[in-house]
Design a protein around this ligand. Sequence first.
Ligand SMILES: C[S@@+](CC[C@H](N)C(=O)[O-])C[C@H]1O[C@@H](n2cnc3c(N)ncnc32)[C@H](O)[C@@H]1O
Length: 441
Amino acid sequence: MAGALQETSRLLKEHLRLAGLPDDGQLWAVAQSPLGGRGLVASRDIAPGELVFYDVPLVLGPRAGAHCPPVCAGCLQGFEALLPCSRGCGLPVCSSQCESVPLHRFECQKLSSWGVRTNGSWSRELLRASTPVRCLALSPTKRQVLQCLQRHGGSQHAFEVDILKQKTEKGPSTEEEAFMRLACCVMDANAFETAQIPLVKAVRTEEGTTPSLRGLYPLASMMNHACTPNTRHGYDERQRMAVRAAMHIPAGTEITNSYTSLLWGTTARRYQLAVTKHFLCACSRCSDPQEGGSRLAALRCLTPSCQGSMFPTEPLDDESMWECELCGCQATGRKAAITQDVTTQKLELKERLCREVLQLLETLRAGQCRLRGLLLYELHCVLMELRARRGRDSSDATVQDLGREALACVQEAAEILAGDITAPVDIELRLSTCRRDVTTA
Ligand SMILES: C[S@@+](CC[C@H](N)C(=O)[O-])C[C@H]1O[C@@H](n2cnc3c(N)ncnc32)[C@H](O)[C@@H]1O
């Protein structure tokens, strides 16, 4: 094991040397981590805000997500109007100059040599699959660096290579395919989401978001995850990543970053980490039902008359029951997860959509049509949930209004859908519960 750690350290230093990053006063060392596999540890005390290291991407390219905003294959910036590369590779560019960017020339030539099938336009699918093609341009030493990084296994990885095979006549050679598959599995385990900087030429895309890229930063990839990490990172105009201490890091302590959102509750964080990074976090924050007193994932008690909050009894167990700290009532983990997952924003969007379509039906003079019944039922559900989230304080006028409107909606919905066997199965139950709940509040 010591030999493997030394070899990792050697390759990381070689990667930094090739990028022209000095390693004087190095603050990190590669070590066996109690969290999982290798990790970085502080080789001396590091002060808050101090630079721990710089890293540069071994590979930088478009992300593979189906909904990622498209970027120019040359400058990697997002544009409203992208044109197909005139050499017919099926990738988009923003200008003729970008067709000549060396890495784009490389991927363009590869795609052409594989017999890419295009219909004269550019393809989103090919763009999603283009970053592994760029990996084929890595020098032998850089390939070694990539190969020393952790990789994910499983059939959900390397779908980009399947896209490339579908979209080309001949496809890549066996060696190219094997290396690209490996590169995809490495990127899925390690890549950071970043954006091309500076965003001088970038405009907001049709999806309304800043385009994002994936960058493989080998040294930063060695950092394990912590739900309250001790570093932060940012990027400079040369796409270098700067990792700084977010707090005092004593010598010998593991240097960590977060692969998820600091502000998510334990269930959401652990779920995301399990799906995207294939591990179940068991850090002290995840193990504490109240997350260090932050009560971040507290769920309002599901008992209508109770003002208490619910927390998981066994936070590291996905099947854990949730229990109210006041009345002691319990809910299954599944029920708690579903309730937490529906954010207030989504509820408000659903409320708005229900109201808009109901208005449209009124304009159409559609009367008490079935669709009105279904929409009123959905609107009732949203209003009851919004009411519950406000705390059921009977003196709160908003809570009273929400309750009254929810009752009116479900009453009319039940009338319209009476005798309809395809009506929501719980409509009568909801009507009686709502009547009791609202009139006794
Ligand atoms: C970016 S790599 C981190 C470096 C990795 N440990 C290595 O040896 O190369 C991410 C992988 O490390 C492991 N890992 C990272 N943080 C972890 C944690 N807090 N608990 C368990 N495993 C973790 C998981 O296998 C994860 O998919």
